[in-house]
Design a protein around this ligand. Structure first.
Ligand SMILES: [Zn+2]
Length: 134
């Protein structure tokens, strides 16, 4: 087992999965893992192709691959042109749900980032009594 996990290997998995599910491709992407305010998991800058991943929560994560997968999925969906935060979090959850089990670290993390309204609507569909909002 390798002790170091390359963020670029995780990025390749994320890129492939986003392309498959959403037909969205971002050509040139780099990842930089640096420490900053630990309340923020990652960010991108307008006009830059670098995803900054916060080293502090990554270091504390129970599963570093899954942590990177969730953060990189979120930021890559932004880079593919989706600005709306709630929509990005929902699209991230939809992808995570296909790939990871409900008791995985990735699933728990992605769900914790979900907007409460999105979570309510998702849960209502699972119970066979869908709620919809307009
Ligand atoms: Zn975001």
């Amino acid at each position: 087992m390798p002790t170091l996990l390359s963020p670029l290997l995780v990025l390749n998995d994320v890129r492939r999965d986003i392309d498959r599910k959403y037909q969205r491709v971002v050509e040139y992407v780099d990842v930089s893992v640096i420490p900053f305010d630990p309340r923020i998991l990652g960010f991108i800058r307008e006009g830059s192709n670098t995803i900054f991943v916060n080293a502090i929560p990554l270091e504390r994560a129970m599963d570093k691959y899954e942590h990177l997968y969730v953060v990189l999925t979120h930021e890559l969906i932004h880079m593919s042109g989706v600005a709306d935060e709630r929509e990005v979090r929902k699209m991230t959850m939809d992808l995570i749900e296909e790939k990871f089990s409900p008791n995985s670290y990735a699933y728990t993390l992605a769900q914790s980032l979900l907007d409460p309204v999105s979570k309510f609507l998702r849960d209502s569909w699972k119970k066979g009594r869908p709620n919809t909002f307009i």
